[in-house]
Design a protein around this ligand. Structure first.
Ligand code: SIN
Length: 327
C-alpha cells in the first residue's frame, strides 16, 4: 500500500543487532551481527503501526565503542542526501548504546535537520529473552513518522522516551532504560506507537532548508583528545602525554575538569606547553549534572557547556570552521 510518509532506516550495528551464542543471554554476546532488514522483520506490522513506508539500508556494521570519524562522515553524507529528497520524510538510525550520544550530537551539529532524524538502540541483544530492540525500533519509527517530530533536530528514542541530541546520555551500563536527559526530562514519550510530547523543541535545533554539510575526508579531521583532571595528577606524566599527542598530530585538548571546571595544578605545565604550541584547549566538568558556571572573565572563554565527549566533537568541528555556538 502506498503511504504518504517514507522513512529510511539506516543500520550501523550495536547490541540491537547483537547475537549471543548462549540462547537467551543478556551479556557475553557479539554486537553488530544482524542486518537492519532482519531487525525490521522482528517488528510485526511496523509499516501499518507507523503509517509510513519503510526502506532499510545497511550503512555500517560495528560495535559502537569502535565508532570512527570515517563512519560518521559516511553517515552524515547519507543522511544529508536522504533529507534533501522530497520523497523521504524522516530517518531512523539503529546504533550501539555506547557512543549513541556522540553520534547524535555530531549529526545534530552538521545537519541541524528540519526533518526527523531519530537514533535508537538496545541494551539486550536480539537473541535475549527480554530483547528491547524491536520495541525501541517500533518507537523510533513512530517518532520519525510523527508530525510534531519535525523541527526538533536529531532525537534519540530509548525505552519509550525521546531525548534531544544535546541532552541524551547513557547513564547505566546494564539497565534497559540506560539513558537520561542530563538533568532535563525527556522531550516526550512513545506509548503503544503514539507520541506524547512534553515540550517544544530546543531553540535552534533545526535549520531551514536542506542541511549544509561540507566536511573534508575523515582522515583530515583534526584530532582532539580528552585529558582528565583527578587527584594525584603527575606533572611529568601529563607533559609527556601532551608532547606525545602533539607529535602524533593532536591539534586540541578538552580538559575534563573537576567541579566547576577546576584543573589540578600538576596539569599546568602541560597545558601551558600545549598552548604555546598553538593547540586549542577547552575545559568542561566531570560532574554528571549541570555545567561550568564561570566568573566573568575567568578561563578566557575556554569553557565548554557540554559534557566532555560532546565538547570534543564541537571543538573538532570548530577547528574545521563550524560556529562556536555549538557549545
Ligand atoms: C555498542 O555500543 O555497539 C554495543 C553496546 C550496546 O549497543 O549496548
Amino acid at each position: 500500500m502506498e503511504r504518504d510518509k517514507n522513512i529510511v532506516i539506516l543500520g550501523t550495528g550495536g547490541t540491537i543487532a547483537g547475537v549471543a551464542e548462549q540462547a537467551g543471554a543478556s551479556v557475553g554476546y557479539r554486537a553488530a551481527q544482524l542486518g537492519v532488514a532482519q531487525l525490521l522483520q522482528a517488528v510485526p506490522d511496523l509499516e501499518r503501526v507507523a503509517g509510513a513506508s519503510l526502506q532499510a539500508e545497511q550503512l555500517a556494521q560495528l560495535d559502537s565503542k569502535d565508532m570512527d570519524h570515517a563512519t560518521w562522515h559516511a553517515l552524515a553524507l547519507r543522511c544529508a542526501e536522504l533529507l534533501a529528497r522530497d520523497d523521504v520524510s524522516g530517518i531512523v538510525i539503529t546504533h550501539g548504546t555506547d557512543t549513541l550520544e556522540e553520534t547524535a550530537w555530531f549529526l545534530q551539529c552538521v545537519l541541524r535537520p528540519a526533518k526527523p532524524v531519530v537514533l535508537t538502540c538496545a541494551m539486550r541483544p536480539a537473541t535475549a529473552i527480554s530483547a528491547d530492540g524491536p520495541g525501541n525500533l517500533r518507537d523510533a519509527v513512530a517518532c520519525a513518522a510523527d508530525t510534531q517530530a519535525a523541527g526538533r533536530g536529531v532525537l534519540a528514542v530509548v525505552a519509550g522516551r525521546v531525548f534531544s541530541a544535546r541532552q541524551v546520555r547513557k547513564v547505566h551500563p546494564y539497565r534497559v532504560d540506560a539513558f537520561d536527559g542530563s538533568g532535563a526530562g525527556p522531550q516526550g514519550w512513545v506509548e503503544e506507537g503514539l507520541l506524547r510530547w512534553a515540550t517544544g523543541g530546543l531553540p535552534g535545533a533545526a535549520a531551514a532548508g536542506s542541511p549544509a554539510i561540507a566536511l573534508p575526508p575523515a582522515g583530515q579531521w583534526p584530532q582532539v583528545e580528552l585529558l582528565h583532571s583527578h587527584a594525584g595528577c603527575n606533572s611529568a606524566v601529563a607533559l609527556a602525554v601532551m608532547q606525545a599527542w602533539h607529535a602524533a598530530g593532536v591539534r586540541a585538548v578538552v580538559v575534563v575538569g573537576t567541579g566547576n571546571g577546576t584543573v589540578h595544578q600538576a596539569l599546568g605545565p602541560a597545558l601551558d606547553w600545549a598552548q604555546a604550541q598553538g593547540m586549542a584547549l577547552r575545559i568542561t566538568t566531570r560532574c554528571e549534572e549541570g555545567q561550568v558556571v564561570q566568573a566573568e572573565g575567568a578561563l578566557d572563554g575556554r569553557v565548554s557547556s557540554l559534557p566532555a565527549a560532546k565538547a570534543r566533537i564541537s571543538l573538532m568541528l570548530e577547528l574545521m570552521g563550524w560556529p562556536r555556538a555549538l557549545g
